[in-house]
Design a protein around this ligand. Structure first.
Ligand SMILES: Nc1nc2c(c(=O)[nH]1)N[C@H]1C(S)=C(S)[C@@H](COP(=O)(O)O)O[C@H]1N2
Ligand SMILES: [Mo]
Length: 394
C-alpha cells in the first residue's frame, strides 16, 4: 500500500481516540473543538493537525497551517463525495488507464505512457467550494468547514493540452473538459446520482494537468492517485481524483454533481441550469496567528492570501475590526499565479480584545468583500469579517 516515504510520514496514533483543539465560531471566538479519530484510509495524517468531521471530510486546523508555503500531504484536507476506491488501484500506478475522448483520435493511455508525453509542475491552492460554510448566518447544511478545507500543494504531471494535441486536437464542437472519477459504482443506484463527473469550460484546457505527483511524491490514493485531473484556479470539486475518463465534450456532464449540485443558488430557491456552477475561485485570505491570545507589545500577525483564478497582488491587515488597515508583507518566494502567499504584519498590540482581519486584492484589482452574499449551499465564502479572529491581548 503506502510507499516508503509514506511510511516515514505515518504517525501510528490509532490508539489516540479523540483529539481536542481550538476552533473559531463565526463570531471569531475560540471554542474547544473535538475531533473523531482518523479513518483508517488516512491514518497517516497528523491527528493534531486535523479536524475529523466524518470519514469522508477532514479539515486542516487553522493553527496547523503555520507559515508554510506548501501544505504537507499529511496535513492536507480530505473531501470524498463517495467512498474512495480500493488501494489496489495504486499497486501498479503506471498501469492505470485514462480514456481520452472528444479528440480527433480518442484512445486509452496508461500513466506510464503519459509520463513520456510531457512534464510540468503547478503550485496551486486546492480549496473545497464549501470552505467557510460555517461562517454563513443562514446555517446551510453540509460539512461545517471553517478555513481548513484548503491547502497549497504542488502537482506534477503532463499538460492535458499536450496530450490532446498528440491525439489530433479537440473534436469539433468541444466546449467543456469533463473528467470522470474512478470510484466503483455500487449496484442498485443510478450512477448519475453519485458519480463524480465534473465539466469545466474548454478555456481551462490551457492550464489543466493530468498529475501523478503531489509535493514531489506519488499522489496518495486518498488525494486521487494514481492520476488526478488538476484544474488550477478552480474549486476542489473540479479536480477529479483517480480520473478514468477525460472528455472534450460538447455538453456539460448530466451527472447530478454537475447538473444541479455545486451551483450558486439564491436563498430559498431550487438549483436550476442557469445558476452558476462553482468553477473559478475568488480572492481570499485569513489570519493564521495569533488566533486566541497574545502578549501586549509587538506581535507578528501571520496569514495566508491567494487570488484564486488570478494572482494575488496584496493583502492588508486590520487589528480594529476593519476600521484601519495596514499593508502586510508577503513571506518567501512567489510560487506562481495559483499559489497562496503567507504574509506577516508586525503590529503593536495594546491590552484588550482585538478583532484581527485580513483583506486581499488580486491582480485584477478584485478585493475581498467585507461580507459574502449568502447562497443556498454555502459555497465560496470569502467575506473578510467572518474570517476574522478575536484575540485577547494581555
Ligand atoms: N473522484 C473524485 N474526485 C473528487 C471528489 C470525489 O469525491 N471523488 N471530491 C471532490 C471535492 S468536493 C473536493 S473538495 C476535492 C477534495 O480533494 P482532497 O480530498 O484531495 O483534498 O476533490 C474533488 N474531487
Ligand atoms: Mo469540495
Amino acid at each position: 500500500m503506502p510507499n516508503l516515504s509514506t511510511l516515514d510520514r505515518r504517525h501510528f496514533m490509532s490508539g489516540c481516540a479523540v483529539v481536542a483543539g481550538v476552533a473559531l465560531t463565526s463570531s471569531g471566538r475560540a471554542v474547544a473543538q473535538e475531533s473523531k479519530p482518523l479513518p483508517a484510509y488516512v491514518d497517516w495524517k497528523r491527528p493534531e493537525a486535523m479536524i475529523v468531521h466524518s470519514n469522508n471530510t477532514l479539515e486542516t486546523r487553522r493553527e496547523a497551517f503555520g507559515t508554510s508555503l506548501l501544505t504537507p500531504e499529511d496535513k492536507l484536507y480530505i473531501r470524498n463525495n463517495i467512498t474512495a476506491p480500493s488501494e489496489a488501484i495504486v499497486k501498479d500506478r503506471d498501469a492505470w488507464e485514462v480514456s481520452i475522448e472528444g479528440v480527433a483520435k480518442p484512445r486509452k493511455l496508461t500513466v506510464g505512457e503519459l509520463k513520456q508525453m510531457g512534464l510540468t509542475t503547478v503550485v496551486m491552492v486546492l480549496q473545497c467550494s464549501g470552505n467557510g460554510r460555517a461562517f454563513f448566518d443562514h446555517k446551510p447544511s453540509g460539512t461545517q468547514w471553517q478555513v481548513g478545507a484548503a491547502g497549497c500543494v504542488s502537482w506534477t504531471g503532463v499538460p492535458l493540452k499536450t496530450v490532446v494535441e498528440a491525439l489530433g486536437g479537440p473534436a469539433a464542437g468541444a466546449e467543456y473538459v469533463t473528467g470522470t472519477g474512478g470510484e466503483t459504482m455500487p449496484a442498485g443506484i443510478d450512477p448519475k446520482t453519485i458519480l463524480v463527473e465534473r465539466s469545466v469550460p474548454i478555456k481551462a484546457l490551457d492550464s489543466i494537468i493530468l498529475a501523478w505527483e503531489l509535493n514531489g511524491e506519488p499522489i496518495s490514493l486518498a488525494h486521487g492517485g494514481p492520476l488526478r485531473m488538476i484544474v488550477p484556479g478552480y474549486t476542489g470539486v473540479n479536480n477529479v481524483k483517480y480520473v478514468k475518463t477525460v472528455n472534450l465534450s460538447e455538453k456539460p456532464s448530466d451527472a447530478r454533481i454537475q447538473a444541479s449540485r455545486y451551483r450558486m443558488v439564491p436563498l430559498g430557491e431550487k438549483a436550476g441550469p442557469d445558476d452558476p456552477s462553482v468553477w473559478e475561485m475568488e480572492v481570499k485570505s485569513w489570519i493564521t496567528s495569533p488566533l486566541t491570545t497574545a502578549k501586549a507589545g509587538e506581535v507578528q500577525i501571520t496569514g495566508l492570501a491567494f487570488g484564486g483564478i488570478n494572482a494575488i497582488e496584496g493583502v492588508e491587515v486590520s487589528t480594529d475590526g476593519g476600521k484601519t488597515w495596514e499593508k502586510a508583507e508577503f513571506i518567501g518566494p512567489d510560487l506562481g499565479r495559483y499559489a497562496w502567499r503567507p504574509f506577516v504584519l508586525a503590529a503593536n498590540l495594546k491590552a484588550g480584545e482585538h478583532l484581527i482581519v485580513s483583506r486581499a486584492t488580486d491582480s485584477e484589482g478584485r478585493v475581498q468583500p467585507r461580507d459574502m452574499k449568502p447562497n443556498a449551499s454555502g459555497y465560496n465564502h470569502n467575506g473578510w469579517l467572518k474570517h476574522g479572529v478575536t484575540v485577547k491581548v494581555s
